[in-house]
Design a protein around this ligand. Structure first.
Ligand code: AHR
Length: 610
């Protein structure tokens, strides 16, 4: 095949925000994932609602006269008006008793590591019953770290303690125990245990996952969903006001993905996540449509939701002299966050009542009045005069589906709204994509890059998956983990490479004689040319590159390759580095380059034109 590239003929600029992240509470992305909390159901929600499956267990084989029941008459806050009442009539220092929490399918233990614990407690007047929190190994029954909170008074109060592991091996087959060593009664709620977090932030994020996300250099974060924004029913919508402020004031809410969300990852935590990774927030506001098909009628009924969106934007961007900006300052972040894009709803093409155009218009009119500089994203085309700046398109496809549609946007009119591909992924491989999917993703991204005058942003979805079979709801996800380890899929590495070598401009090029499974994109940044060649075929692809450049071509180039022997190869927790990029130096480079690209390979050829 022949590929001709005209280095000095830029076709259009590439959107600097082309590659970003999309996130929501699915697959235990936050609880049991990015949000570093180790205690599962820290507010005893399952017990309080008498749900069939309970997380907390009474300590096995305890004979200390222990009883644990939910007390609906007392709790630490309005949001948590109940508590777990623990009575131990015969507990003693040599025979303590209490409750066990499994963590999110295990509890990670590292040697010489400090953990921060906290708990809300109330005791009986005149009786001092201290509570201990421990990390216990399931196999040996050995306590690996523990700390005792001060004995609680008869008033609700938060207590904190620090646990330190000693010279113990790394492990995850552990659980958390809350115990008492004195007879008496205590009431408890919001039991929390954090390991070290990314940038050592309080209420922070898991270090290994944040490092992986940082390596993607994402331009934006689309949050909080996805379906998670909508909820199954209107009453389950992402009511952001219930996700801010002290954790004890967050009542938690059901995720449409089948479990209760702790809301530890609340609106401010999303924004701080953006800040930590230098991403711009792309905030989706609830637009009055929920997954089971209910919608709020445009007009009077919708007005409170519109007002909530306006206030949410004020919480994000307002100065401390505004009502919600001041609230954000009280929550610990006086500086406003930058905000350019607001998405109105999620996948409203599912609303068969046809109400979206009017709902969108009502939101857009009010938001544009209050915040004229914001760019508004619609989730499907709308009818009428009030039009979006951007439309969010979603694609979940087979490799064949993407391989045969990489020119999807080539002919789309440039006169209408810009495009945000807010969710896309090749669906092949579980719980993370196989190499065939990575090839198809890369092929699709060559099309996004070529059309990046129109496609201004794109984000793969879903981003995260806890690989425990009980934790995951979605088949193919970018990054997998358990309680202790994480791994990146081949598709993740394709994203890393496309992000790193995105370029600032698309340059003119043409390819002839290649098979239907060979794709390319040619871009430049400063004096660098980035040539992406995706060979998804099972045989090698010889290619002659004709580079038309006025400047002198550096005789040395870099070739970064991601490849696999079989399209069904993948990475896993056990083999996280099976497929990773490899870098080679190519010498003797000039205006004509001949190279044979490996079967099943994603390649970035980086050349310098002086
Ligand atoms: O990414 C998983 C789900 O797919 C999202 O929540 C939803 O928007 C889409 O249907």
């Amino acid at each position: 095949a022949e590929l001709t590239v005209h280095y000095n003929q830029p076709v259009h600029a590439i959107s600097p925000s082309l590659y970003g992240l999309m996130t929501e509470e699915i697959n235990h992305s936050y609880d049991g994932g990015l949000y570093a909390e180790l205690v599962k159901d820290r507010v005893f929600h399952a017990n309080a609602t008498n749900s069939f499956i309970k997380t907390w267990q009474l300590e096995q084989n305890a004979e200390q006269g222990i009883a644990a029941t939910v007390d609906h008459t007392t709790g630490p806050s309005q949001a948590l008006p109940y508590s777990m009442k623990l009575t131990a009539s015969q507990a003693s220092a040599s025979d303590p008793g209490g409750l066990d929490n499994p963590g999110y399918w295990g509890v990670p233990v590292w040697p010489d590591t400090t953990y921060h614990a906290s708990i809300y407690l109330k005791g009986e007047a005149g009786a001092a019953v201290p509570v201990t929190i421990s990390i216990v190994n399931k196999a040996t029954g050995k306590t690996l770290a523990s700390a005792t909170f001060p004995a609680p008074t008869a008033e609700w109060k938060q207590y904190t303690a620090t646990l330190h592991t000693g010279n113990v091996p790394e492990s995850e087959n552990n659980f958390i125990r809350i115990s008492v060593a004195h007879p008496g009664t205590v009431w408890m709620n919001l039991v929390s245990l954090f390991p070290p977090t990314y940038l050592n932030q309080k209420n922070g994020d898991r270090v290994d996952l944040m490092k992986k996300l940082a390596a993607l250099h994402p331009a934006f974060l689309r949050f909080p969903g996805g379906n998670y924004l909508e909820g199954n029913e209107i009453k389950d919508w992402y009511d952001w006001k219930k996700t801010i402020g002290p954790l004890v004031d967050r009542p938690t809410h059901p995720s449409p993905w089948g479990y209760q969300s702790s809301d530890g990852m609340g609106l401010l935590e999303f924004l701080e996540w953006c800040q930590d990774l230098h991403m711009q927030p792309l905030l989706a506001v609830y637009a009055g449509y929920s997954l089971h098909g209910q919608h709020v009628d445009p007009g009077k009924a919708l007005a409170p939701y519109v007002q909530d969106a306006i206030e949410e934007i004020q919480y994000v961007t307002g100065g401390t002299d505004t009502k919600w900006g001041a609230e954000r300052a009280r929550d610990g972040h006086p500086a406003p966050f930058p905000l350019k894009y607001i998405e109105i709803g999620n996948e409203d093409f599912f609303d068969h009542s046809g109400s979206y155009s009017a709902r969108f218009a009502q939101f857009a009119t009010a938001i544009r009045k209050a915040y004229p500089d914001l760019q508004l994203i619609a989730t499907t085309p709308v009818k009428g005069d009030v039009q979006p700046d951007v439309i969010d398109d979603h694609f979940y496809r087979s490799p064949h589906g993407f391989f045969t549609d990489t020119n999807h946007y080539d002919k789309v009119s440039r006169k209408g709204p810009k495009i945000f591909v807010g969710e896309w992924a090749t669906i092949e491989g579980t719980p993370t994509p196989d190499f065939d999917a990575a090839l198809s993703d890369a092929a699709w991204m060559t099309g996004l890059e070529r059309n990046s005058d129109l496609v201004i942003m794109a984000s793969y979805a879903p981003l995260l998956v806890n690989v425990n079979p009980m934790a995951a709801q979605w088949g193919t996800n970018l990054i997998g983990y358990d309680a202790l380890h994480s791994f990146a899929s081949p598709s993740y590495y394709a994203q890393v490479l496309f992000g790193k070598y995105r370029g600032d401009e698309v340059v003119k090029g043409s390819m002839e004689g290649a098979g239907p499974l060979c794709f390319y994109s040619a871009t430049r940044a400063g004096d660098h040319l980035y040539l992406k060649i995706v060979n998804a075929a099972p045989k090698p692809q010889p290619l002659t590159l004709h580079l038309d450049a006025d400047g002198k071509i550096d005789p040395q180039a870099t070739l970064v390759t991601l490849s696999a022997l079989s399209p069904h190869d993948s990475n896993s927790l056990e083999h996280p580095d099976h497929i990773v990029p490899e870098t080679h130096v190519l010498k003797g480079i000039g205006g004509t380059v001949q190279h044979t690209f490996a079967p099943y390979s994603i390649n970035i050829l980086v050349m310098k034109v002086k």
